[in-house]
Design a protein around this ligand. Sequence first.
Ligand code: COA
Ligand code: NAP
Length: 290
Amino acid sequence: MSRATAPSKENCIDGYKYVFNKDLLKDKVAFVTGGGTGIGFTIAEVLMRHGCDTVIASRRLDKLQESAATLEAATGRKCIPVQMDVRDPKKVQQAVGEAMRRFGKINFLINSAAGNFLCPAEGLSFNAFKTVMDIDAMGTFNATKVVFDEYMKNHGGVIINVTATLQVRGQVYQCHAGCAKAAIETMTKHLAVEWGEKGIRLMCVAPGPIADTEGFSRLGGKAIRDDYIKTIPVQRLGKREDIANTVLYCISDAAQLLTGTTVIADGGAWLTSENNLGRIRRIVEMYSKL
Ligand code: COA
Ligand code: NAP
């Protein structure tokens, strides 16, 4: 049985089940990089379902506009689409400036933008490695620094960096992305130490394989079979909603003591999944035939 790939148009959750009070984030504002698609989109949705307004920011303005309209219709909250490349500090400054003009505050920053592909280290060009480092690690620093300068330095806030589990064991064919995510997790610790006194908490949320996403599809998701899923302790793939709910908890006041740390949200998959060249070569081979 093959697994679905990322949808072409983003859909909101059918029958969202509230765990927290619906007013948990009433009148707060979140800036979500990569919020037009995938996990970032669903994070924006779940925050909006709890009373938050959002700014979603990435490179493709048409996609962001379409997603913002979908999010507003489903949640009744405001969502502003803003074009920016996280690698370009000037564009990030303009996007954050636009968010401040529209809302006057940014209580939460969610860094979900990233780029990835399966590639053996020996096949990576210098620019391929640099590109992923730039989008993930530099991009996270750029957005974080600008939101700090423009708002959080004087008002506090919570920053969530979406990482992964690749870097925990050194995942096959993922040297570029693992290095980038490891840098983000280290950055998170440094900034948590320096900015705690300003009322800023920073955390990483590390998803495992999440169905119906671009990331999952790029890492061979189409070729994933039920026998792989049976190796995951919770016996299922993650859903975007799982990650969004984890982010919601981490930004809530229930998590006031959590900073500088990573929550792995993968149903235990990193503990049990195979990590050897044979398996990944098989997946790549199967994937190329689908
Ligand atoms: N395998 C190996 N190298 C690859 C590659 C792949 N599948 N895809 C791109 N590259 C290399 C390119 O060849 C290029 O290197 P070169 O100049 O030496 O030839 C370098 O990476 C940059 O590629 P480019 O397409 O110019 O970068 P971009 O900035 O336009 O796009 C990507 C960035 C490559 C990460 C692109 O896939 C992207 O935009 N991804 C966003 C969505 C995504 O990845 N979602 C999953 C998140 S986990
Ligand atoms: P996705 O839908 O492709 O999300 C990535 C987003 O980043 C896109 O919206 C993209 O939008 C944006 N982006 C990429 N490059 C950018 C740039 N240079 N500047 C600004 N925005 C940029 O993939 P996803 O699978 O949901 O991934 C979301 C996050 O979860 C990523 O951090 C990923 O590493 C992490 N993750 C995912 C999985 C999984 O199974 N899916 C597992 C572990 C971790 P534009 O193209 O419009 O720029």
